[in-house]
Ligand binder design. Structure first.
Ligand code: ADP
Length: 388
């Protein structure tokens, strides 16, 4: 069975073709800078890596380029030959709690959610519409970043604002990175040889964007991202938690416009704001005082979330590191875990080796490193829906 996964952004399309149920990747394509004077296409299949540049005016042309490359390589003749297409959709609001077959009603709902995720849902929808147009008979599935957090209790997802802000305006915590946290949970269950539904774990997706999730009995009961992906941890260029009054101060006292405040919080803050660099590997490779401060702020925030989630969960089976930083940086993992106590014991050699289990056998809480794979999770959830 061939399932394609499309992650459509405002100026890019990420495309993966899977052979399911094995999960073997048949091809991986990335079309970048759609709409610019020149676009770039990265195409990987078997042991080949091909980079080409051409004009790609819009997402329709992007998908046409993808299918012509796949067809030239003898991998897929047309999108109609697919069994299903799974689409990443960032915001599912309060409507969608699992992978959903896309029809006109679902399209209208995703469109209605655009104001809650203006940078993402519009672009995700564009990918859906173009794919439906090119393969009208192929089943298309929407997999939502928010869905895994759907069952958080009300006291976790409500902000202590006037209640009508929630009732009338849907202002609440939604949480993001859900597809990644769900994948990490399932892999952790395999690793720990337990049912996912019996696990209490804290998952840390630490990439450029980063979030923590408290999972109780296999369900997200709290997560650090909120109404938008800005809340929570200190990220590459996002501030994470701040006193909301700062936003008002920036406007009232510093005369900043709404767009300037938005850009400051989302694009100029986090590690970048403190040390001028958003990439953790680069900060570690060229040590500086400001870089050390930025990383200390980041790891301290992660530690605070772990502590608060331990308090919420009571019993914790494992703390799981994932995302580019969590999977690859022994230094950051060590700093996060340093002095956490609670009977946690890290195995230094295993940590240095980026092993899957980095706790000692005596450690009261297991420490895992799991490579996340959101695309495979989308393919799996799409397959499960087709088989349901
Ligand atoms: P995105 O959110 O863009 O998908 P990734 O999950 O790819 O991000 O993570 C990117 C982050 O991972 C960057 O800060 C990068 O420096 C960091 N990273 C990748 N490899 C390493 C490494 N070996 N050591 C430290 N940080 C790393």
């Amino acid at each position: 069975m061939k399932i394609a996964v499309i992650n459509s952004g405002s100026s890019s399309i990420k495309f993966q073709l899977f052979h399911m149920p094995k999960g073997e990747v048949l091809a991986h394509l990335l079309v970048e800078q759609i709409g610019a004077s020149l676009s770039h296409i990265h195409f990987e299949y078997k042991d080949e890596k091909v980079l080409s540049s051409c004009v790609v005016k819009n997402h329709h042309e992007g998908l046409e380029k993808i299918i012509s490359l796949l067809s030239e390589a003898g991998i897929l003749s047309s999108f109609s030959a697919l069994d299903a297409i799974g689409h990443r959709v960032v915001h599912g609001g309060e409507k969608f709690h699992s992978a959903t077959l896309i029809d006109e009603r679902v399209i209208a709902e995703i469109e209605a959610l655009i104001p809650l995720a203006p940078l993402h849902n519009g672009a995700n929808l564009e990918g859906i519409l173009v794919a439906k147009n090119q393969a009208p008979l192929v089943k298309q599935v929407a997999v939502f970043d928010t869905a895994f957090h759907f069952h958080m209790p009300k006291e976790a997802y409500l902000y202590a604002l006037p209640y009508e802000m929630y009732e009338k305006h849907k202002i609440r915590r939604y949480g993001f990175h859900g597809t990644s946290h769900a994948y990490i949970l399932k892999q952790s269950a395999l690793e720990l040889k337990k049912e996912a539904s019996a696990l209490n774990i804290i998952t840390l997706h630490l990439g450029n964007g980063a979030s923590a999730c408290a999972i109780s009995q296999g369900k997200s009961i709290d997560t650090s991202m909120g109404f938008t992906p800005l809340e929570g941890l200190v990220m590459g260029s996002r501030s994470g938690d701040i006193d909301p009054e700062i936003v008002l101060y920036m406007q009232r006292e510093l005369g900043m416009s709404i767009d300037e405040v938005d850009a400051t919080l989302n694009k100029k803050s986090g590690l970048l704001g403190i040390c001028g660099e958003n990439d953790v590997r680069a900060i570690l490779e060229e040590p500086s005082e400001q870089g050390a401060l930025a990383l200390a702020m980041m790891t301290r925030r992660i530690k605070k979330y772990i502590g608060s989630y331990m308090a919420l969960l009571g019993e914790v089976d494992a703390i799981v590191f994932s995302g580019g930083i969590g999977e690859n940086s022994p230094t950051i993992r060590e700093r996060v875990l340093d002095s956490l106590a609670c009977g946690i014991e890290m195995d230094r050699l295993a940590n240095e080796a980026n092993a899957t289990t980095i706790s000692t056998p005596q450690s009261k809480i297991k420490l895992l490193v799991i490579k996340t794979n959101e695309e495979l999770e989308i393919a799996r959830e799409s397959l499960a829906l087709l088989n349901a």
